[in-house]
Design a protein around this ligand. Structure first.
Ligand code: SF4
Ligand code: FES
Length: 248
C-alpha cells in the first residue's frame, strides 16, 4: 500500500504544532498501525530527519499507552481495540490518514503525538485503592462470598487500561468513564466499602481539579472505549457520589 500520512508535529509543550504530510510505501495489510509508524520513522532517520514521537509500550492492548487520534477517532476506525491492535488491512492503497494526539486541556502535548496523561494517575492516587489491615487477622479475599453479577461487573470495570480514549472522544473532554470505572471496581465489592465515601468524593474532586469537563451524556466515550467500559459505571459513580455527599 502507498499512503499519505498527515501527522501532527509539535516540538514541545510550548511550541505551536502543525500537520505535516508524509508519503509512505510498501505497507502490508498485516502490519499493525504502530509498525507502519516504525517504517515511517526508519525512513525519516535514514534521511536525517527527526522521527515522529508517539507513545507505546506493550503493543498488545494491555498498557493503554498508544493514544492516537486516527482520522478523528481515538484508536482509529475499529471497535474494541487499541491503536497497537489496529491493522493496516483496515485501510486501502492510496488512502490519506490523519494522525493526531488525543486532544484535551488535561492531556497537554509533550511532543508530536505523545500527551501527558499523568492527570489519570493523580485521580487514581486520590482514592483508587483499598487499605489492607495486615495485623494478622486478615481474611483471605476468597473467603468472602460475592454475588456473581457484582463480581463480573467489578471485573469488567477493572479492565479499564487508562488509555484516555474516552476523554479524547468526548466534546467536553470528560473523564467520567475512566473515573467511574475506577470507582466501580471497588464500589461493587465488600473490600471496597471501607473507604467508599472518601474514595468517590476524592476521585471526583481530583477529576474536576485536573480540568476535565462534565459528562455530555452522548455516550461517545463508551463507543470509542477499547475495553467496552459501560456507561452504567457513570450512573453508579453518580449514585455513589450522591450517597457520599449526603453522608458528608
Ligand atoms: S474507560 Fe475505556 S477509553 Fe477510558 S481510559 Fe478506560 S479503557 Fe480507556
Ligand atoms: S501499546 Fe499498550 S495498549 Fe497499545
Amino acid at each position: 500500500m502507498n499512503l499519505t500520512l498527515k501527522i501532527w508535529r509539535q516540538k514541545d509543550a510550548k511550541s505551536q504544532g502543525k500537520i505535516v504530510d508524509y508519503q509512505i510505501s510498501g505497507i502490508e495489510g498485516d502490519m499493525s498501525f504502530l509498525e507502519m509508524l516504525d517504517v515511517l520513522n526508519e525512513d525519516l532517520i535514514n534521511k536525517g530527519e527527526e522521527p515522529v514521537v508517539f507513545d507505546h509500550d506493550c503493543r498488545e492492548g494491555i498498557c493503554g499507552a498508544c493514544s492516537l487520534q486516527i482520522n478523528g477517532e481515538p484508536h482509529g476506525p475499529d471497535r474494541l481495540i487499541t491503536t497497537c491492535q489496529l491493522h493496516m488491512r483496515k485501510f486501502n492503497d492510496g488512502d490519506t490518514i490523519y494522525i493526531e494526539p488525543f486532544r484535551a486541556k488535561a492531556f497537554p502535548v509533550v511532543k508530536d503525538l505523545m500527551v501527558d496523561r499523568s492527570a489519570f494517575d493523580r485521580i487514581q492516587q486520590a482514592g483508587g485503592y483499598v487499605s489492607v489491615n495486615t495485623s494478622g487477622n486478615t481474611i483471605d479475599a476468597n473467603a468472602i462470598p460475592i454475588e456473581k453479577e457484582n463480581a463480573d461487573d467489578a471485573f469488567a470495570a477493572a479492565t479499564c487500561i487508562g488509555c484516555g480514549a474516552c476523554v479524547a472522544a468526548c466534546k467536553n473532554a470528560s473523564a467520567m468513564l475512566f473515573t467511574s470505572a475506577k470507582v466501580s471496581q471497588f464500589a461493587l465489592l465488600p473490600q471496597g466499602q471501607v473507604e467508599a465515601t472518601e474514595r468517590v468524593l476524592a476521585m471526583v474532586n481530583q477529576m474536576d481539579e485536573e480540568g476535565f469537563g462534565n459528562c455530555t451524556n452522548t455516550g461517545a466515550c463508551e463507543i470509542e472505549c477499547p475495553k467496552g467500559i459501560s456507561l452504567e459505571n457513570i450512573a453508579r459513580m453518580n449514585r455513589e457520589y450522591l450517597k457520599a455527599s449526603l453522608k458528608g
